[in-house]
Design a protein around this ligand. Structure first.
Ligand SMILES: Cc1ncc(COP(=O)(O)O)c(C=O)c1O
Length: 375
């Protein structure tokens, strides 16, 4: 089976991990983290061209800690898309605030700004745009809306490391940006994440939040948790950073091959392909297509799976239709399907295809052949 994503681990990563074991330095409770955590943060800092990076133990921790650092609390509302991994919404619930779901657009499946505007109330304290599949949200529009109302922007860039919006790295444009290094992501540490910000005060707050609110040990000053990234994970991250550009180039080449091979279906009007633009460059975390007919999607998906290709429907169902959120309108903002029509459309019509660096050309051609034999 060709999985939808697969980490590329080599001898260099193994050696980095062995070095940590040899040094017996598995983790560090220091305020600034262990040696490898700091090295990893510095590599990310220069890659992303941002002032501060705080490595944490997951993307979920990154979003949760970001919201805590902004003082988000019970009684506040946070606007986010429902068409995302549930971690985005769970991070909001963990602060005691209420997630309010906005619809997406059907061009690139990112948050729909006209719907965001409709959902803003005087309780809205933050907006979380999700750069889904590695497609950067329109940050200019979002900022214009948020700034005019003193609302903070936390970018969920968990899927978009390396994607560019107006030549800036996604995740570095909002007040804070959050990355995930889970095993399926374009760069992995197994489990892991990072928060980026240019704000010195938020940075200092986050260093405490990552470590039980402490500065010198046993002097808890704010609410925090153990969100530390182990040195073992940071060591893998350092190795992954060495080949990040190469991994992104292969993803791009794979995406170009699929775009070329599938374009005739778009010309026939039965398939929508993902498209970059001058201002929007993708990291090609996933290659997500939209089918005009749901029945076509189901047929293609089944045939791809039969051919051993892990084509996947993310997010089935979207967050507001999962049992936890659907049963509690207080949490979900709204449980009515027809209030998020584009989310419902995407749920029923999109399919994500693998373009990860470990795919052979034959695997990509097998995807194209399956479309040709099915449609
Ligand atoms: C959009 C999105 N948000 C948040 C997360 C949470 O990241 P993690 O799994 O590292 O906690 C993920 C990844 O899994 C994600 O894809």
């Amino acid at each position: 089976m060709i999985p939808i994503n697969k980490p590329w681990l080599d001898d260099d990563a193994k050696q980095e991990v062995l070095n940590v074991l040899a040094e017996n330095s598995l983790t560090s409770p220091a305020k600034n983290g262990g040696k490898r955590v700091q090295d990893f943060e510095n590599l990310l800092k220069s890659y992303l061209n941002v002032k501060h990076v705080i490595a944490v133990n997951s993307g979920t921790s990154a979003i949760h800690a970001s919201l805590l650092s902004l003082g988000i609390k019970p009684g506040d509302e946070v606007i986010l898309p429902s068409f995302t991994f549930v971690a985005t919404a769970n991070s909001v619930v963990a602060t005691g605030a209420k997630p309010v779901f906005a619809d997406i657009n059907t061009d690139d499946y990112t948050i729909d700004f006209s719907d965001v505007e409709k959902k803003i109330t005087d309780k809205t304290k933050a907006i979380i745009p999700v750069h889904l599949y590695g497609h950067p949200s329109n940050m200019e529009r979002l900022y214009a809306i948020a700034k005019s109302k003193s609302i903070k922007v936390v970018e969920d860039a968990c899927q978009s490391l390396g994607s560019l919006y107006n030549e800036k790295q996604s995740g570095t444009i909002g007040d804070l940006g959050c990355f995930s290094f889970y095993a399926s992501k374009v760069l992995t540490t197994g489990e892991g994440g990072a928060i980026v910000t240019n704000d010195d005060n938020i940075y200092e707050e986050l260093l405490m939040i990552r470590n039980h609110g402490m500065v010198n040990g046993y002097d808890t000053r704010v609410f925090g948790l153990n969100l530390r990234l182990p040195e073992l994970c940071a060591a893998i991250g350092i190795s992954q950073m060495r080949k990040l550009n190469q991994m992104l180039e292969i993803r791009k080449a794979n995406a170009e091959l699929l775009s070329e091979g599938l374009k005739s279906f778009e010309q026939k009007g039965i398939l929508k392909l993902p498209k970059e633009s001058e201002n929007n460059k993708f990291n090609w975390y996933l290659f997500t297509v939209g089918f005009k007919d749901n029945s076509h999607r189901e047929l293609v998906k089944d045939n791809l799976l039969k051919a051993g290709i892990g084509a996947t429907v993310y997010y089935d169902p979207p967050v507001h239709k999962t049992p936890y959120y659907d049963n509690d309108t207080d949490k979900s903002g709204s449980s009515a399907d027809n209030l998020l029509p584009n989310t419902t459309w995407a749920w029923n019509h999109v399919l994500s295809l693998p373009v990860h660096p470990l795919m052979a050309k034959d695997d990509l051609n097998a995807i194209i052949r399956t479309f040709e034999n099915t449609l």
